[in-house]
Each structure stands twice: as structure tokens, then as C-alpha cells.
Design a protein around this ligand. Structure first.
Ligand SMILES: *Cc1c(COP(=O)(O)O)cnc(C)c1O
Length: 364
């Protein structure tokens, strides 16, 4: 019987596999291209500090987070490695970027104006990243804003453009036509900034075409073991394993039901295990009656609804039967984040970033 201590489950993070994944990227892009680490959302739910410290050991030269408070959290344990905020220059927070030495990704003309004004006030150039939106229609300068900015570069003497970036919308789809179109738009914009580093590719993008590597790639998901090339076998190593415990074993009778809304009924006598895992742990409710968990490598279907703290699985077919307290695998050798996401009708990114603080996190 596995020792879970007081915890419902144990989330193991393999930092060695994370390092290996980082080095897969380094090898793939070659020594002339930098591999930045995207560590937004608590490093995709895995744990910010251990991930950053591992990647810093691998000489990761640049990190990206989503929000200003994530960057400030980053600075609480790392004062030196460059970190940038993808969400832009948060209004009212401008001085925090300076104070903590955080790079803003300038997404709008207004971001550029405010950062430039601060530079003028301080009497020095301020480092910045310019984001050009090549088709995502989400964050970044529009084509018109970009044209204006390029025409008026002399008015923005305070802006020291260190990196030019854009982001792919469809790079996970191998043959999507939008990817090369975005790359072309990016290269046209990038010409105006001969001295800046160029950065375009996320995890999937960097596997699509070496021409997308430019000076810096920005993988996130695949660092944590997600498959960047869904059309083929996962080239990455698994990083995240999650085991949880059986709380009770029940013998259910023909005609009975199980769980909220009684969505699963038994057409014969059966045996189920109630497992300490629910949507409050980040096991999304969309997995109701669809997902599979594993006992010693054998699949056990989820019966009925996922509750807040509990899930019920069928174990009647197992021999020998598991015992109360035994471990059930949610993620690991038998089930990757992508497998579980497929079963739940979502993407592995959501599975990872849903992992809550309820589990004991073990870094190995
Ligand atoms: C999240 C994000 C990334 C990383 O993308 P992955 O698909 O996780 O590799 C890179 N760039 C930007 C702008 C992002 O928002």
C-alpha cells in the first residue's frame, strides 16, 4: 500500500525529464537559437520555482509569464534571469516593471506610449519586447499600429526594442495554411528591427519548420511533457505523474445507480472503487462517464459523474481486486496528459493547468 501521508493524492514532477525536454529543444534548434522557457500559470500548473531553477541550470536565457504578479513572484526567488510579461504593460503597474527589472511585452500603441513616456521621465532607454499580431487577433500590435510604429520609430527614442515577437494560432495542426502565412507577415515586420532578436515559435511551431526558429523559440507545453506534434508520437519525456488513493470499495447491485444525477446504472451486480479525486482537485467534470484511470496498469472506467472530491470507477474486472488505500494512476506511465485530455474532450494544457494545490507535490 502506498504511503500518501495525510494527502489524497501525490503529484510527482520529474525535473530530470524537464531538463531532458529542454535539451531536446536546444538540440532541435541548434546553438545559434535561444530556447526561452514559458512558465505562465505557475509553470502550467507544475510549480514555478522548481521549474525555473531547473531550466536556469540548463542555461535558459529568458522566461515568459502571463501577468505582472507572476513576474513579481518569479523575482522573489530569481533576481537576474530576464523575465517578460506576455499580458503587456499593465496600466498602473508601469513602475513595478522598472522596480523588479521585468520586461513588458508591448502589445498596443498605448503600451508603447506609456513605456516611452516613462523612459523619457527617467532619461534612459528602457528594454522592451514588441508583439506584432500576425493573425491571432488577441494580443499584439495590429497591422495598422505596426505600420505607424515603424514609421515613427524616431519618436520612440525611449524604447530599446530587444525582442520582436508574434504567436502562432494553429501550429499544433501540421498542415494548417495559417502558420506559413503568419510566418511571412512576421518576417516582413521583423525587417524594420535589424538589431532585435526575433521570436515566433511555441512548442508546436518549432517542430513545423526550421525557418520559424529565428533567434529565439518560446516553448511551454512540451517542456512539461505535452505532445507538440499531435499527428505523431510524442517526442517529449513525461514529466507529470498523479496517483490518488482508493477511499472505499462497494458491491453495487443490478438496478442501482451511482453518483449525482444517477447517470450510470448497473445492468448487473458490480464492484466499484470510490477514489479521492474530483473537480476541486482539477479533474475536470467533462471526464464524467468518459475518462479512464489505471490500477497497476489495468484500465478502470469512470462510472457516472465526477463530484467535487470524489470519482467512482469500475473495478469488477480486476484480479486481484484492489484494496482501500491502494493507489490509482490518473496520469503517468499508462495515461499521458494528452490521453486524459482526449478522453475528456479538451486539450492537455487545460488538464495540466487545472492541477490544484490539493495534491502533495513531489519533485524528483
Ligand atoms: C503560452 C505561450 C507560448 C507557449 O506556447 P506553448 O504552446 O505552450 O508552447 C508562447 N508564446 C506565447 C505568446 C504564449 O502565450
Amino acid at each position: 500500500m502506498r504511503d500518501f501521508g495525510p494527502h489524497s493524492g501525490v503529484l510527482s514532477i520529474d525535473l530530470g525529464a524537464l531538463s531532458q525536454n529542454y535539451n531536446i529543444f536546444k538540440k532541435r534548434v541548434g546553438s545559434h537559437v535561444e530556447v526561452a522557457g514559458v512558465v505562465k500559470a505557475n509553470a502550467y500548473g507544475v510549480g514555478l520555482q522548481p521549474v525555473v531553477e531547473t531550466l536556469v541550470q540548463e542555461q535558459c536565457p529568458q522566461f515568459f509569464v502571463a501577468t505582472l504578479d507572476e513576474a513579481i513572484a518569479f523575482r522573489s526567488f530569481n533576481q537576474n534571469t530576464p523575465v517578460a510579461v506576455l499580458g503587456g504593460l499593465f496600466i498602473g503597474g508601469e513602475k513595478e516593471y522598472l522596480k523588479h527589472n521585468i520586461l513588458p511585452v508591448l502589445n498596443t500603441s498605448d503600451d508603447i506610449d506609456r513605456w516611452n513616456a516613462l523612459a523619457v521621465e527617467r532619461g534612459k532607454q528602457l528594454p522592451s519586447i514588441i508583439h506584432y499580431d500576425t493573425g491571432m487577433n488577441r494580443l499584439g500590435l495590429s497591422a495598422d499600429e505596426a505600420t505607424q510604429f515603424c514609421q515613427r520609430l524616431n519618436d520612440y527614442q525611449g524604447i530599446d526594442t530587444q525582442i520582436i515577437m508574434s504567436h502562432f494560432a494553429c501550429a499544433d495542426d501540421k498542415n494548417h495554411l495559417m502558420t506559413p502565412e503568419q510566418a511571412t507577415r512576421f518576417s516582413e515586420f521583423a525587417k524594420y528591427f535589424p538589431n532585435a532578436k526575433k521570436s515566433l515559435a511555441n512548442s508546436s511551431g518549432l517542430f513545423r519548420d526550421d525557418a520559424y526558429h529565428h533567434d529565439m523559440v518560446r516553448p511551454g507545453y512540451a517542456l512539461y511533457g505535452g505532445n507538440p506534434t499531435p499527428e505523431t508520437q510524442n517526442p517529449m519525456n513525461n514529466v507529470v505523474s498523479l496517483d490518488t488513493r482508493i477511499l472505499q470499495i462497494r458491491h453495487t447491485k443490478k438496478g442501482e445507480t451511482i453518483g449525482y444525477s444517477a447517470t450510470h446504472d448497473f445492468d448487473k451486480n458490480s464492484i466499484t472503487a470510490t477514489v479521492a479525486l474530483g473537480y476541486a482537485d482539477g479533474f475536470i467534470r467533462a471526464g464524467s462517464s468518459k475518462a479512464t484511470l489505471y490500477y497497476k496498469g489495468q484500465p478502470c472506467p469512470v462510472f457516472g459523474r465526477v463530484s467535487m472530491d470524489l470519482i467512482t470507477i469500475g473495478i469488477e474486472h480486476l484480479n486481484p481486486l484492489p484494496q482501500v488505500g491502494d493507489a490509482i494512476e490518473v496520469l503517468g506511465e499508462n495515461q499521458s496528459v494528452d490521453d486524459l485530455a482526449d478522453a475528456c474532450g479538451t486539450i492537455g494544457y487545460e488538464i495540466l493547468t487545472s492541477l490544484t494545490e490539493r495534491y502533495k507535490r513531489v519533485f524528483i
